[in-house]
Design a protein around this ligand. Structure first.
Ligand code: T1G
Length: 705
């Protein structure tokens, strides 16, 4: 199907291009665009050309799916297309509506004039996928809006409202109304001008040089070095912009091209491109058609007004969905309502909400002590104590009052959703919605699909996640689902390493240097060490075969549950969230090692990182093979959005692919020779072993997962 059409409007040819949803400039579109533009240039009846996107936008840029493949450079590549436009002997006008990003904006910068609708947004987001604008953006933009503004646009990577470019050579006209009509009229006038001999304005003919450039670049380099040490792209963006200010246009283009290719093949860019597509892939249900009719989701009810319940209620309120909040006791209900009110009022104080909007939002909350008040809710989410007996009682009560067709969701973080569904009269309508604390802040939502969960209930819940601005990942039913099941092995290895000689702060430091937001011990102190303690106590009964170090139990026996008790693996001081090494814990660890006949050894950061990350990877391979996760990239998204895994490494599966699965397995074999802990854990999961033996990868080849 052709992606490009040409229509004559008098002496002006209007060329419209792009395929839904985002008019990305893939090989076919580029070739058809080039042919249409060349045709208009050769047509003696045409005096000017207008370029406009289909589908309500200009273009989202180059087709990222082509990166790293021959299609990306297939003629005409984007630079060729833009050069054709810029060297046109007839004026070419870009009519920019909606989104105009990356290569799309670069295409418009090659045009002689640009008109934009008042709602249009322009940007160069390449830095967000570890790249720089590679089709002249780093050379043309500084020449049109100056080096300082170009640095902000290119390093920020954010879409900028078109009106902010008004009055600069970048934007000829801001149009409030019929953009195309305005563009055709503008083009006709420029065509006449040009026939009268007026020179065509080209960005490349302008200069970006100036006395202020050098200090600006120094400041920019110092800023990005401090803030983005792990990311190569920002500094290269600055190098390219410097070339725009200090070299000829063609020399600058050559610098840009070289830097772009260099970045394209960095692990960071591959990881960021992987994360971009992985987040979008996670929303897709492998076996539920996108055409599946969805259920109404206009009202919600939350049972339990504790930290999680009130956080979940806030998430719905922020999406404008009325919430009935049920508690069993008036005091607990009042505390929950106050928590909701405080957060909303806090948003007003931060200027994120007007008082009127805050009032309206809070007005959507209906606290109650009566189950009968749940009867109109389209979805009821249970967020009570993490105990199966308690949850089953709640679901029996819900089953009595919920209206027909309501979705019954449990916020359990590990318990068996099938067992909960089985005690209701409507297991097809039961699903898990595992929010991460704080529920109104954390993006990740594990949507746990029960054996009986109806496809439309699953599809409706996935749609709800988008409405709640959550990143949803589908999980099957197992203990811990995806994230917590993996983190259990991660923590287990961390505790074994404490037995063997590493300190909590050494392990945290190694993982934070690897890029984790927080190491395992600071994370445990934040979440509460008692959570893991309860799980190990349950594990000792249900799975006595699972070996655990007892060091964490010794800590909990002292009541050192973490920040909430003023001390955990670290000491904490009132009003100070910093973690301070603790002499009490040092002593406890020494006693623990002595009691177990452990002679401490030095464990280097490499072993710490490899043991903890590969523990995640091995457990993830089992999760993937059991079908608990739909795809490897879903597991990456769980760790990128819910567990602080460094996004510039793309997630545990992406990172393992980058290391090479054969090397991962070799390293695991080394760990299996360590007698302490659980050597059998390091037996590679069958999927991992197969992929390693066949030079395979968890994530499919290319940028898409
Ligand atoms: N290439 C390929 N596919 C893209 C794409 C792109 N540039 N942008 C979006 N998609 C797909 C996306 O994967 C999804 O696919 C569908 O379109 C809808 O996207 C040389 C090197 C434009 C703000 O980085 O920021 O130009 O899941 O769900 O929420 O200098 O998409 O349906 O199969 O995000 O409405 C620079 C990336 C490219 C922009 C729309 N451009 N895209 O958001 O929809 S590099 C970008 C976005 C470049 C040149 C350089 C957003 C959006 P599927 P979506 P949305």
């Amino acid at each position: 199907m052709s992606t490009v059409t040409s229509i004559r409007e008098g002496a002006v040819t209007v060329i419209r291009f792009g395929e839904p949803p985002v008019n990305s400039l893939g090989r076919q579109t580029r070739a058809e665009l080039a042919a249409a533009i060349a045709g208009a240039i050769q047509d003696p009846a045409v005096s000017a050309i207008v370029l406009a996107g289909n589908n309500g936008l200009f273009s989202a840029g180059a087709d990222i799916r082509e990166f790293g493949t021959p299609a990306m450079l297939a003629a005409p590549n984007l630079a060729d297309l833009i050069s054709l436009v810029e060297s046109s002997p007839k004026p070419v006008i870009a009519a920019i509506d909606g989104t105009c990003l990356g290569g799309g904006l670069e295409l418009s910068l090659g045009c002689h004039y640009r008109l934009a609708s008042t709602t249009a947004k322009l940007g160069l987001p390449e830095v967000k996928i570890g790249l720089l604008p590679g089709a002249g953006g780093t050379q043309r933009l500084p020449r049109l809006i100056g080096v300082e503004n170009a640095l902000n646009v290119i390093l920020g990577g954010e879409p900028v409202p078109a009106k902010l470019f008004a009055g600069t050579p970048l934007l000829s006209q801001l149009v409030d109304g019929d953009l195309l009509a305005a563009a055709v009229s503008f083009a006709a006038a420029r065509g006449t001008d040009h026939q009268a001999g007026k020179r065509l304005p080209r960005a490349r003919d302008r200069s970006a040089a100036g006395p202020h450039v050098e200090p600006l670049l120094i400041f920019a380099r110092n800023t990005v070095r401090a803030a983005y040490a792990a990311y190569p792209a920002p500094l290269k963006c600055i190098d390219a912009i410097e070339a725009a200010a200090t070299k000829s246009f063609d020399e600058g283009l050559a610098v840009e091209r070289s830097l772009f290719i260099e970045l394209m093949f960095t692990p960071v860019s591959k990881a960021l491109r992987h994360a971009f597509f992985a987040e979008r892939a996670a929303a897709k249900l492998a076996d539920v058609p996108e055409s599946t009719p969805l259920r109404d989701l206009k009202t919600a009810a939350v049972i339990g007004a504790g930290t999680m319940g009130s956080g979940i209620a806030l998430t719905f309120l922020s999406a404008g969905i009325p919430v009935v909040l049920l508690e069993t006791g008036a005091d607990a209900l009042e505390r929950g309502v106050s928590r909701v009110k405080d957060v909303i009022e806090g948003q007003v104080k931060k200027g994120r909400l007007t008082p009127e909007a805050a009032h309206a939002r809070f007005g959507l909350l209906k606290p109650t002590l009566e189950y009968a008040d749940l009867s109109k809710a389209d979805i009821i989410i249970e967020a009570v104590f993490e105990d199966m007996a308690v949850k089953k009682d709640v679901f029996l009560a819900i089953d009595q009052v919920a209206k027909s067709g309501a979705i019954l969701a449990t916020n359990t973080s590990t318990l068996n959703v099938d067992a909960i569904a089985a005690i209701t009269s409507r297991p097809a309508e039961v699903i898990g919605t595992h929010f991460f604390s704080p529920a109104n802040i954390m993006k990740l939502l594990e949507v746990v699909r029960g054996r009986e969960t109806a496809p439309d209930v699953l599809a409706t819940t996935m749609r709800l996640a988008k409405t709640l601005r959550k990143t949803a990942v589908v999980s099957g039913v197992c203990d811990g689902f995806i994230g917590n099941r993996m983190i259990e092995q991660y923590v287990r290895q961390a505790l074994f390493m404490v037995d063997e000689g590493a300190s909590p702060s050494e392990i945290d430091a190694a993982m934070e240097a690897f890029g984790f937001a927080m190491g395992p011990f600071r994370m445990s102190d934040l979440a509460g060490n008692d959570i893991g303690w309860h799980i190990r106590q349950r594990r000792a009964i249900e799975r006595p075969d699972v070996v655990y170090s007892k060091v964490a139990d010794r800590l909990c026996e002292l009541g050192r549950f973490g920040q909430k008790t003023g001390g955990g693996w670290y000491d904490y001081r009132k009003g100070d969230r910093n973690a301070y090494p603790s002499a009490v814990v040092d002593d406890l660890i020494i006693q623990h090692r002595n009691a177990n006949g452990m002679v401490a050894r030095k464990i280097d950061a490499r072993e710490i990182v490899d043991r903890l990350v590969y523990a995640l990877v091995n457990e993830a391979a089992l999760i993937l093979e059991e079908g608990i996760a739909q795809r490897a990239s879903d597991i990456d998204i769980v760790y990128l959005t819910g567990y602080g895994f460094p996004v510039y490494r793309g997630g545990p599966m992406c990172y393992a692919d980058e290391v090479g699965l054969y090397a991962v397995v070799q390293r695991m074999n080394e760990f299996s020779r360590n007698p302490h802990g659980d050597p059998s854990f390091w037996t590679p999961a069958p999927l991992l072993a197969r992929l390693a033996a066949s030079s395979g990868a968890f994530n499919s080849t290319g940028a898409r997962s």
